[in-house]
Design a protein around this ligand. Structure first.
Ligand code: MD3
Ligand code: FE
Length: 216
């Protein structure tokens, strides 16, 4: 599909990347204010922190979570957990309905109706932060898709194959873009190249990415 030349932002339009992956350009721009307010509420309750990799090095992204299960990384490995270790194992903040609804609508638009996430992982990138090629395989059920929402500074994501050595395609992800991937693409290697210096008019000098998952 091609963007409408007379639609100021060129959004929204849907780009199929692969059999199971769809990039929904600008999907989150409508209702942006409500979603940013919800995001602020979550971050105020469960602040960003830098997790350690299993090897003991701090990740370049800072993370937090909302919903019944939060994602953790430490010397013991990667896992989902109901309690936040930074706050004495208190439950993660609830997933705001405006975010859960947005994820469900994006999944449906990409061909995955009935998506009901129990986890939302929130990654914050400052310029220079990156995420190396990896697979998302800490979830129980790979038949469930993952939905991501990009906010703030642009990123270039790498869309690889099922083997780490497979060539990766590169796509820009902009503020308000949503990406849905499932089916045959669920276990593809993927990553984010180092974020370039910049200041986003709405989000400041950072990129925030939310990934909605059925983890448990
Ligand atoms: C999955 N986050 O949290 S999401 C992660 O932008 C993660 O913070 C990245 O990878 C971020 O685990 C990327 C978007 C994405 C893009 C392409 C994929 C996820 C993908 C291709 C296959 C599988
Ligand atoms: Fe990932």
């Amino acid at each position: 599909m091609q963007a409408d030349l007379f639609e100021p932002s060129g959004a929204p339009w849907h780009e199929r990347l692969s059999a199971g992956a769809v990039l929904l350009h600008g999907f989150a721009l409508e209702g942006e204010e409500a979603l940013l307010a919800a995001l602020r509420t979550v971050i105020a309750a469960a602040p960003f922190r830098k997790m350690l990799t299993p090897g003991g090095r701090p990740m370049s992204v800072a993370t937090t979570s909302c919903g019944p299960l939060g994602w953790l990384s430490d010397r013991q490995g990667y896992r989902y957990q109901a309690g936040d270790p930074l706050r004495g194992q208190a439950p993660w903040p609830p997933m705001p309905p405006v975010l859960a609804d947005l994820a469900q609508r994006a999944a449906a638009a990409a061909g995955y109706p009935g998506f009901s996430p129990d986890s939302c992982l929130i990654n914050r990138y400052v310029p220079g932060a990156k995420m190396s090629l990896h697979q998302d395989k800490d979830e129980q059920d790979f038949s469930q898709p993952i939905v991501s929402l990009s906010l703030g500074l642009p990123a270039i994501f790498q869309f690889g194959g099922l083997a780490r050595s497979d060539p990766a395609q590169r796509y820009p992800l902009l503020h308000g873009d949503m990406l849905v991937w499932g089916g045959v693409d669920r276990l593809r290697f993927h990553g984010i190249l180092p974020i370039r210096e910049g200041v986003h008019p709405r989000m400041g000098p950072q990129r925030i990415n939310l990934t909605f998952r059925v983890a448990g």
